[in-house]
Design a protein around this ligand. Structure first.
Ligand code: SF4
Length: 740
């Protein structure tokens, strides 16, 4: 038989960088994956994870059929058997205790698929539970909160215009390892280097001298958890030195005076000792920001996963605005995604309901993941009795994870939709296999909204579904049908038509829609015959800002145009979007939201609490690791030990810890023991462990990961949260360190 070779192009769905991949297949099997040199955005850039989609596809541990727990063991089952079990047990809990008795956890990979953003919503609406949790309260909710309060919508997030800026001040971000986050840009390293090559400066503020910091023009150590103090001191300097100039936005901003008052107590001298950066340096940073032709402050995970995450996130955008660098080329700009739909000017509210046990406020309809264990373990009306996890491993990836692990064992029923039988899904009564990336179509709904350049790439599935497994959107619809009382055997096509009909009706009913007033039949007749996410993608692209609005603009973007552009379509550099993009009720920017100002006294107390002499723990990223879920691929975990405790030589000396030995790390929540890496790249007084490890629990099916299990750093996080966003505090955890 003749071998057939073909080449396919698709966007890598593994992280936020959205690199284009060139995939070679022989006789239907993937033989090579490399960067797509013609991709309009990534131009051939790829990291070591991109090519491992091949190994992921072949991984024998990856689940291919549903598993149902029988007599304490997970055994293979048909989809009908699995759904019969789900219907029987989940319905009984909902009918007896109400929908809030069922919690849902959505892991990070949900935003890296088409089905997640589109069909999780259908499932959650059908379930009607208040107990929704996600990875957003592990690492990014502060950004949604500050964006929502300042600009009116939690997804209206400005991103650094890397390709045109002259000055980049970066806090708590390590894109040389993470490939960037909440700022989508393939080849962050190359773009950073280009800033310096064109005469600009990159300043990195981080408790670790990361690879990113080492490559920058300047690196400053900072004490973990004090970014908000540093940023406030810079705000203070700008006011004190008369350097506040919002530029074109001056007439659009409320709250400058309130911000000035709030910053009054945070002079550089007042915070310098606590932050660990000299007052003169803080002044210089503020002046550099104000003096640069174009400049941008960008804060990421280290600023967000801290006890003042929302204040820090807010001050990043406040500094950009105060120096005339918001909504300007080279500053922080708002992307315009091809699928963006008009936003109402309702504004943004927090705390529309609270969690049962600790009264923690909801944000974006979610409760903090740090409190899920409380909701399961605390008796009383409204207790969580069942859990559905979708593409998530909270036992490894969320705070106080030992406690959550124990709580999951207490549930009456649990369902997981996942690629693996992992540390979390081992608790599930039913596990439904997820669809691996190459077997599903792809479009980045989430990351085109955060992209430093407007682009659109559609990738069809390049491999057929294994064992005729349903696609993820069909699984989610089936779960929705169970929760809605339609039964596991409901007609999914009819259900999906209903979903699509609702989307059309909402759009034609909105005066801001590009198809306002059109007839639904018109739209339906012009739509692709395909059901599921592809039909919805077509709708959002055609009604989006570049779309053809179903024939109104014959040159506009369509799904067909995306299909015929396998390397993507470049929609150009970011453009100023204010005031039109604002979603606040008055159409203005609130530079000093009352909710955030109310939290400032808490920060003021912290300003005088020096932590000299005590040890604090921070996390870290690794280019070859993707949170918790890719450690079963030998090609990524081979080589040097990655899950090590980094400690400064002076601290190692102080605690009698030897190179190559084991250190015990103890916090208020628990303890772990990890191999030691003594390095001057970490600030004295700080230790670092990566997250996502700890693959030594029984009952999993992760043969490769189990050979290099590492330790779970989240055992050390006590479950504290940033009160405004509910985000977990994972950086700056007080710990003791000793020989293990
Ligand atoms: S940087 Fe991210 S998107 Fe690019 S190849 Fe690596 S994992 Fe994939």
């Amino acid at each position: 038989m003749t071998e057939t070779t073909r080449t396919e192009y698709r966007t890598c769905p593994l992280c936020e960088a959205t690199c284009g991949l060139e995939i070679t297949l022989r006789d239907g099997a993937v033989t090579r994956i490399r960067g797509d040199r013609d991709d309009v955005f990534s131009r051939g850039f790829i990291c070591p994870k991109g090519s491992t989609l091949k190994q992921l596809e072949a991984d024998p541990n990856r689940l291919r059929t549903p598993l149902v727990r029988r007599n304490g063991k997970h055994v293979p089952a048909t989809w009908d058997e699995a759904f019969a079990e789900i219907e029987r047990r989940l319905r009984s809990i909902i009918d007896t205790h109400g929908p809030d008795a069922v919690a849902v956890y959505l892991g990070n990979p949900n935003v890296h698929s088409m089905s997640g953003p589109l069909y999780n919503r259908v499932f959650l609406r059908a379930l009607r539970t208040k107990n929704i949790y996600s990875a957003s309260t592990v690492d990014q909710m502060p950004k949604h909160v500050s964006a929502g309060l300042m600009f009116g919508h939690p997804d209206l997030i400005p991103v650094p215009d890397l390709d045109r800026t002259d000055y980049l001040l970066m806090l708590g971000a390590n894109p040389y390892e993470s490939n960037g986050s909440l700022a989508t840009a393939p080849d962050w390293p190359g773009r950073m280097e280009a800033i310096m090559e064109r005469g600009g400066r990159v300043v990195v503020v981080d408790p670790r001298r990361t690879r990113t910091a080492a490559a920058a023009s300047e690196h400053l150590f900072i004490r973990p958890g004090t970014d908000a103090l540093l940023l406030f001191a810079m705000v203070n300097v700008l006011f004190a030195d008369g350097r506040v100039d919002p530029g074109n936005l001056a007439d659009l901003v409320d709250g400058l005076d309130r911000l000035r008052s709030a910053a009054a107590d945070f002079s550089p001298e007042a915070v310098a000792d606590t932050v660990g950066i000299e007052a003169a340096t803080i002044r210089r940073l503020a002046h550099e920001l104000a003096n640069a032709e174009t400049a941008v402050v960008y804060g990421r995970i280290g600023t967000h996963t801290a006890e003042f995450g929302t204040i820090a996130s807010w001050l990043v955008d406040a500094l950009n605005l105060m120096t005339g660098n918001l909504d300007c080329p080279g500053g922080a700009m708002f992307p315009l995604a091809a699928t963006e739909q008009p936003r109402s000017r309702r504004g943004f509210q927090l705390g529309r309901f609270t969690s049962r046990v600790h009264g923690l406020p909801e944000v974006r309809g979610e409760l903090p993941i740090a409190t899920l264990a409380d909701e399961i373990m605390t008796p009383g009306d409204g207790r969580v009795r069942a859990l559905v996890t979708i593409a998530g491993n909270p036992v490894l990836s969320t705070p106080h994870s030992d406690r959550l692990d124990a709580a999951l064992a207490d549930l009456d029923f649990m369902v997981s939709l996942d690629l693996y039988l992992n540390e979390t899904s081992r608790h599930a009564d039913v596990i439904l296999p997820g669809t691996p990336p190459l077997q599903r179509p792809h479009y980045d709904f989430a990351f085109t909204q955060l992209s430093i350049r407007n682009v659109a790439n559609f990738s069809p599935a390049i491999l057929p579904a294994e064992y005729d497994n349903p696609e993820e959107w069909q699984v989610l619809l089936r779960l929705a049908a169970v929760c809605a009382g339609q039964g596991a055997d409901a007609d999914l096509n009819t259900f999906d038509d209903m979903v699509f009909g609702t989307v059309i009706a909402r759009s034609i009913g909105s005066p801001d829609s590009r198809i306002h007033g059109r007839s639904p039949e018109d739209i339906l007749n012009e739509s692709t015959g395909e059901r599921g996410p592809i039909r919805l993608l077509e709708f959002f692209v055609r009604t989006g800002p570049y779309g053809d609005a179903y024939g109104q603009d014959p040159d506009g973007l369509t799904l067909a145009a995306l299909r015929s552009a396998p390397h993507g379509i470049d929609l150009g550099p970011l453009q100023p979007r204010l005031p039109e993009a604002l979603a606040t009720p008055d159409g203005r920017i609130d530079l000093a939201p009352a909710e955030i100002l109310a939290d400032v006294p808490r920060l003021a107390e912290r300003a005088s609490q020096h932590t000299n002499g005590t040890m604090t723990l921070v996390g870290r990223r690794d280019l070859r690791s993707n949170n918790s879920w890719m450690h079963n691929l030998e090609v990524l975990i081979k080589g040097k030990e990655r899950c090590t405790l980094q400690i400064h030589p002076s601290d190692a000396d102080r605690f009698g810890i030897e190179s190559g030995g084991i250190a015990k790390i103890v916090s208020a929540a628990g303890s772990v023991a990890a191999p030691v890496d003594i390095t001057e790249s970490i600030m004295p007084g700080v230790v670092s462990l990566p997250h996502g490890w700890g693959h030594d629990l029984s009952g999993t099916r992760l043969d490769v990961a189990a050979t290099r299990p590492g330790v779970n750093s989240n055992k050390l996080a006590p479950g504290a949260t940033d009160p405004l966003s509910g985000n977990a505090v994972l950086n700056g955890i007080p710990v003791e360190v000793m020989p293990g």
